[in-house]
Design a protein around this ligand. Structure first.
Ligand code: CMP
Length: 211
């Protein structure tokens, strides 16, 4: 719990009290923890693994809004505003999660914890604004380029993206069809911008945001 930035302001005694009320559970990869529109009763902190946060349309087409990893949290929105879950959350890896019941979560909302929640909300809103920008203003080449640069952590060429990605997953992250993403990846490969080995992408030349 000490490693979780949200709780950094809590004293050892307060952390011990939190420790007594959390449940720790492990989940396999690709488990839906809850769906958009569900009623809510829990708050989650990630100990190990990563999750995808996203929304679906009725045809099952999904868009990944964000990915969260160790020491990050989710599920605070519905607990705080009493509305249904704003998005689905699904494990992307095998995950170990801390689960805090709604009534216990509410007891933790000191002004320092609130301030941390607010700062994180701002960070997520900035990210969401970037996503709106790329969906509204960039073509799929630009969106894929931006995603690859983001995952590589740099726009410098010569960097391999550590995680393995499927075309379907890239498509869900950039809001495009898998077919379109496959075409973009093929073009980027044949133009020498990227290469792929065992599902890992290496960037060779600076990727432009538009073609
Ligand atoms: P809640 O609405 O309870 O359930 C879905 C959770 O996903 C939500 O709380 C947030 O914790 C998280 N979430 C929703 N939208 C985003 C987003 N755009 N970026 C990051 N996390 C989000």
């Amino acid at each position: 719990l000490k490693k979780v930035p949200l709780f950094e302001s809590l004293s050892d005694k307060e952390l011990e009290a939190v420790g007594r009320v959390v449940k720790i559970k492990s989940y396999p990869k690709n488990t839906i923890l809850f769906s958009e529109g569900d009623e809510s009763d829990s708050f989650y902190v990630i100990c190990e693994g990563r999750v995808n946060v996203g929304i679906n349309d009725e045809d099952g087409k999904e868009i990944i809004l964000s990915r969260l990893g160790p020491n990050e949290y989710f599920g605070e929105m519905a607990l705080m505003d009493g509305e249904p879950r704003s998005a689905f959350v699904m494990t992307r890896d095998p995950c170990k999660l801390m689960i805090i019941a709604k009534s216990d979560f509410k007891k933790l909302l000191s002004s320092d914890v609130m301030l941390n929640l607010l700062m994180e909300l701002q960070r997520r809103l900035r990210e969401a604004n970037k996503k709106i920008e790329s969906l509204a203003l960039m073509d799929v080449y630009g969106r894929v380029a931006r995603l690859l640069i983001q995952l590589a952590g740099t726009s410098e060429p010569g960097v391999q993206i550590r995680e393995k990605l499927t075309h379907q997953e890239i498509a869900s992250m950039v809001g495009a069809s898998r077919e379109m993403v496959s075409r973009v990846i093929k073009d980027l490969t044949s133009d020498g911008y990227i290469s792929i080995r065992r599902k890992r992408i290496t960037i060779h030349k600076s990727l432009p945001y538009s073609w």
